[in-house]
Design a protein. Structure first.
Lengths: 127, 228
């Protein structure tokens, strides 16, 4: 049996996700209206940071719902990663080479950007 | 009927994800990453029962719809760690810019060297950024958008799997270095992995991911002129 307390908590999380959903929608609207190439979700995120900074939205209005979504974030990517199954043919023939290229390039990006952060961090420690 | 199919697909996804979380806890390794094992298991399931992707998406669409608010939710850890992030703004921007440049130049020139045509080169160019941005960039250049989406997935899942090897290879151990590397190279999928274990790294990665999306969409059209 689910107790009243955990039921209330669940409702609170659902309600807070509703708030996040409205912000996502607002972001989509902004992207469309201003003809931006950024996704609505990222604009919604920037919008929420702005609202938190200006105290228009209080942390406790979204905290639990946002914490829940962030914790299970990888789950929400599953349907789009499954999209790969429509492109089996890419993995055959010389398309395989593309995968290798993308992986090598990803390694380089991770190394270059990461090293710059690492060097900055070490310089700061040395002071 | 289709409602039932939808509910079944959502429950299947949730059950497989829970199972993969359990497996990852029991046998922690980059190769048991929940996003990887979940994807493989569900693809195997759908392939075995000959269920097409469109039919999975009757339910999958609902989960996908929540991806929007889930990305918005990243504002929460970002706000919590705002003081650290503001202090790190300069290296974050510099590192992300270098990463964005490296990603486009290395991806496109290797693919060109391998003999692929322009519409494939364009699809590879934006692979380091989150899917919707990559699709918009590829589309504006005249590349194959569905291929771009696949490349983005490979950069994301690939980075999430190999990041521990890369960070060891380059001697990257700080939260700053790890967050920046992951966010620049493997967008939201990589960010989600870091966020699970460490909110500071995850927040740095979020900032790098967003900065990278903006930078790549600005520099790719110019770099491609020069590279292709």
């Amino acid at each position: 049996m689910i107790g009243v307390e955990s039921m209330l908590k669940l409702l609170k999380i659902i309600f807070q996700i509703g708030i996040l959903y409205i912000l996502y929608w607002a972001g989509e609207w902004v992207a469309e209206t201003l003809n931006l190439s950024l996704p609505g979700s990222i604009i919604g995120m920037v919008l929420l940071i702005f609202l938190l900074f200006t105290r228009t939205v209080r942390l406790e209005w979204i905290g639990e719902g946002a914490g829940f979504m962030v914790k299970y974030l990888p789950f929400f990517f599953i349907p789009s990663t499954l999209g790969i199954m429509q492109y089996y043919e890419i993995f055959a023939g010389n398309g395989f080479l593309l995968i290798v290229i993308v992986l090598v390039s990803t390694m380089l990006v991770m190394g270059v950007s990461g090293l710059i952060g690492e060097l900055y961090h070490r310089r700061g420690e040395g002071r | 009927m289709s409602t039932l199919t939808g509910i079944f697909m959502i429950m299947l996804t949730a059950a497989v994800y829970r199972l993969s979380l359990y497996i990852h806890r029991k046998a922690e390794s980059p190769w048991t990453l929940p996003i990887l094992t979940s994807t493989v298991v569900i693809i195997a399931f759908l392939a075995f029962f000959k269920i097409p992707y469109d039919q999975y998406m009757i339910g999958g669409e609902w989960i996908n719809e929540l991806l929007g608010p889930a990305v918005v939710a990243l504002a929460y850890p970002l706000y919590i760690h705002r003081r650290i992030l503001v202090k790190l703004a300069l290296p974050l921007l510099a590192g992300t810019a270098a990463g964005a440049f490296t990603g486009v130049v290395s991806g496109v020139s290797m693919a060109k060297w391998a003999g692929f045509g322009p519409e494939i080169l364009y699809a590879v160019s934006a692979k380091s950024v989150t899917t919707p941005v990559a699709i918009v960039i590829t589309e504006s250049l005249g590349g194959i958008t569905s291929l771009a989406a696949v490349m983005v997935m490979i950069a994301g899942i690939g980075g999430a799997i190999i990041h521990s090897y890369i960070f060891r290879l380059f001697g990257i151990h700080s939260h700053l270095g790890r967050g920046m590397g992951m966010g620049s190279a493997s967008h939201a999928i990589g960010t989600a992995e870091l966020m699970k274990d460490n909110q500071i790294e995850g927040s740095i990665s979020t900032v790098a991911m967003v900065a990278s999306a903006v930078l790549v969409s600005l520099i790719t059209p110019l770099l491609v002129l020069w590279l292709v």
